[in-house]
Write a protein that binds this ligand. Structure first.
Ligand SMILES: Cc1ncc(C[n+]2csc(CCOP(=O)(O)OP(=O)(O)O)c2C)c(N)n1
Length: 581
């Protein structure tokens, strides 16, 4: 089908043809031609955000909650550069988004024209791929390619920068829906020999661990993972990016590894003789001091991105492939091992693991002055709002408490900024998630610091009928940084006091933005306040939970140290029974 259109019309038709139902963005001079036909589209809903960073994180939240590609749009220059943080965030966490930016007219590119920025140059290292389009005939095929690249293989952000003259010029609209990309053929089928080797190692291992990363969620492999886990009987740990991929309540789940992981998960990796890494990347927050990480483990590393394999830790058995296919093939190979009479015996390992779990469970002390405990707030939010609720977290202590004290039972209900640790992610990400999953309760769990970075998107939510709920865990400070100052800088609190228990007044701020504002500072009112917030569904609601300032995140492995140095709580080095404590 061909049709005479402008480049701008071709862009909107292409988005429609790619199945896009929502675009988050802000117009401006260079992208303005695209906003005209946007008005006529009955398929694409444009949500006018208040800051382009919000558009980018909303596209991420939409993508992480739905599994579909999220889309954001901005004008040239500062509009485009405001997208840089969410694009970098999406790159770190492998989130499929397409960012569309207007560029100055092609004849002006390179002249320092008004609102010119080389956004392709700027985002080169933080996109999976980017395109500069100056020919209107290239708009439709480029959009098709962008969605293909963003959503296949290891997902990630793709930027399409379109010059204003290309948007204005006449062209023929041709949509083939396919992308001709020589050289881009992600390998999804794992190598059978490597899979057999991994299965053999599982039979021989005495102390194996299934180390599960966000790639398992990206590959929609949670069901397969559960089959593999139950077939092998091996313990499972899920990284911050993988929470929900395996139910927290499952008896084989040891929790989260890493700097603030559980003692059992961190120590299981340290003492493992076999680590099967599935869609994880041996991130420094997981490994701690790399050369002391899991010293006795044979490493099977499965990832769709060959560049991840042996990047940080050399893999003994590298497997390139889609996590779902890898796990499904592993199930068959392990079954064959069992049928041949070879089956790993992990009884002694489980005795050890259960002992660590029993002696060092996650836990916290309630403040002795009767003030509200942040951990308790999060625990109650999870219990009252239920396992289908989507939680989008900010970055800081509240993020780690949310990782610990929300019951993560289902995939795609936990959204956060893992790799980049971007403060300001949660409110716009929650907005995007709610747009993609309108029937689902969506809570943003935010710190008072993070909230002050992007809360203006609550105006967007109020005006566009996007009734998210926001829990501000208000400890009056940049809590995570303050925790490090407490532990490593002699309690010299340089520039971490936000005074946000006084200014701003979050209840009034919520009200001013068209939301309902509530406050809770007393444990006795906690459940009633959460229930009140749960009943408000016609507007966004913000709850200012005023919590104790000195609560800390435990366990902790101090940055740069070995995971063997994990502290279960302040000054509590676990007794591993090896005489090292
Ligand atoms: C954009 C950005 N700036 C700075 C940081 C460094 N940082 C990490 S956590 C944190 C404090 C977050 O404070 P708050 O939102 O109040 O959360 P809390 O730790 O108190 O729960 C800061 C400043 C960051 N991660 N992101």
């Amino acid at each position: 089908m061909t049709e005479q259109v402008t480049g701008a019309q071709a862009l909107i038709r292409s988005l429609e043809a790619a199945g896009v139902d929502t675009v988050f963005g802000i117009p401006g001079g260079a992208i303005l031609p695209a906003y005209d036909p946007m008005l006529d589209s009955t398929k694409v809903r444009h949500i006018l955000v208040r800051h382009e960073q919000g558009a980018g994180h909303a596209a991420e939240g939409y993508a992480q909650a739905t599994g579909r590609v999220g889309v954001c749009m901005a004008t040239s220059g500062p509009g485009a550069t405001n997208l840089v943080t969410p694009i970098a965030d999406a790159h770190m966490d492998s989130v499929p988004i397409v960012a569309i930016t207007g560029q100055v007219a092609s004849s002006s590119i390179g002249t320092d024209a008004f609102q010119e920025a080389d956004i392709c140059g700027i985002t080169m290292p933080i996109t999976k791929h980017n395109f500069l389009v100056t020919d209107p005939a290239e708009i439709a095929p480029t959009i098709a390619a962008a969605f293909h690249v963003a959503s296949t293989g290891r997902p990630g952000p793709v930027l399409v920068d379109i010059s204003k003259d290309a948007l204005q010029a006449a062209t023929e609209f041709v949509w083939t829906g396919t992308a001709e990309l020589p050289g881009y053929r992600p390998v999804t089928r794992p190598h059978a020999k490597q899979i057999r080797e991994a299965a053999r190692l599982l039979s021989e291992a005495k102390q194996p661990v299934l180390y599960v990363g966000g790639g398992v969620l990206k590959a929609h492999a949670s069901a397969e993972l559960r089959i593999l886990a139950e077939l092998t009987g091996a313990p499972v740990i899920t990284t911050l990016m993988a929470l929900g991929a395996f139910p927290d309540s499952h008896p084989q789940h040891l929790g989260m590894p890493g700097m603030h992981g559980t003692v059992a998960a961190v120590t299981a990796l340290q003492r493992a003789d076999l680590i099967i890494s599935l869609g994880a990347r041996f991130d420094d927050r997981v490994t701690g001091k790399l050369d002391t990480f899991a010293p006795n483990a044979t490493i099977v590393h499965a990832d769709i991105d060959p560049a991840e394999i042996s990047k940080n830790r050399v893999a003994d058995v590298p497997i390139v492939g889609d996590a779902r296919e890898v796990i499904a093939d592993l199930v068959v190979a392990v079954q064959a091992e069992h049928e041949a009479g070879r089956r790993g015996d992990y009884t002694a390992w489980w005795e050890q693991l259960n002992d660590w779990r029993d002696r060092y469970p996650l836990g916290y002390d309630l403040p002795d002055d009767g003030t509200l405990s942040p951990q308790l707030v999060i625990e109650r939010l999870s219990a009252i709002s239920g396992p289908d609720t989507i939680f989008a977290s900010g970055v800081g202590q509240h993020q780690m408490w949310a990782a610990h004290y929300i019951d993560h039972e289902k995939p795609y209900t936990w959204l956060n900024s893992g790799g980049a640790g971007t403060m300001g992610y949660s409110v716009p990400a929650a907005m995007g998630a709610k747009v993609g999953m309108p029937e689902t309760t969506v809570w943003a769990i935010d710190g008072d610091g993070c909230f002050q970075m992007t809360n203006q998107e609550l105006v967007t939510c109020a005006l566009n009928n996007i009734p998210i709920k926001v829990a501000v865990i208000n400890n009056g400070s940049l809590g995570m940084v303050r925790q490090w100052q407490t532990l490593f800088y002699n309690q010299r609190y340089s520039n971490t006091d936000l005074h946000s228990k006084h200014i701003p007044d979050f209840v009034k701020l919520a009200d001013a933005m068209g939301c309902v504002g509530l406050r809770c500072d007393n444990p006795d009112d906690l459940d009633a306040t959460i229930k009140q917030a749960m009943e408000i569904n016609d507007r966004p609601v913000v709850v200012d939970f005023v919590v104790h300032q000195d609560a800390m995140v435990w366990p902790m492995v101090a940055a740069g140290t070995s995971n063997d140095e994990i502290l279960a709580a302040r000054d509590v080095r676990p007794d591993f029974g090896d005489g090292e404590e």
